[in-house]
Design a protein around this ligand. Structure first.
Ligand code: FES
Length: 144
């Protein structure tokens, strides 16, 4: 191989390597940008109703994107929204709010959750998913 050909061969190898190195540096950042865009796009909000429709220390089941949620107005007037399907494997029961003890229970009484969706007792260790709730112009808005 002549000196010129060897030099151009090494240059082209370094050029390809440089492009690959640049790609490996910049692609993850661009890839993360795309996934954060997807996260932003996938956020969905619904209006659950006017704040006056919700009694203190009460709950109701509402449908959110074909998934039941339990929306609880706590004693302090604030709201909590949680996935309403019990996490006990294989049953898929809808949970209920017990205002006397301020806990969420499964109809079968095996699982008990606090108002953050954490298991207090029962077999499952998986919490109920929690959703964001805001009151905007007296409207109760739930966001994924
Ligand atoms: S679905 Fe079985 S304990 Fe809740």
């Amino acid at each position: 191989m002549s000196k010129f050909n060897r030099r151009s061969f090494i240059s082209s190898i370094l050029g390809v390597g440089g492009i690959a190195a640049a790609g490996s540096i910049f692609y993850p950042g661009l890839s993360n940008l795309n996934s954060s865009e997807k996260v932003r796009e996938s956020k969905v909000s619904i209006k659950a109703g006017n704040i006056t429709e919700f009694e203190i220390n009460s709950a109701r089941i509402i449908e959110f994107r074909k998934t039941p949620l339990i929306l609880i107005r706590k004693e302090d007037g604030k709201f909590a929204a949680l996935a309403a399907i019990c996490t006990h494997v294989g049953c898929n029961c809808i949970v209920q709010y017990r205002k006397d003890v301020k806990q969420i229970i499964c109809a079968s009484d095996k699982e008990v959750y606090d108002l953050k969706g954490r298991n207090i007792s029962g077999i499952s260790s998986k919490p109920l998913d929690e959703y964001s709730v805001q009151v905007i112009n007296d409207e109760v808005v739930i966001t994924t």
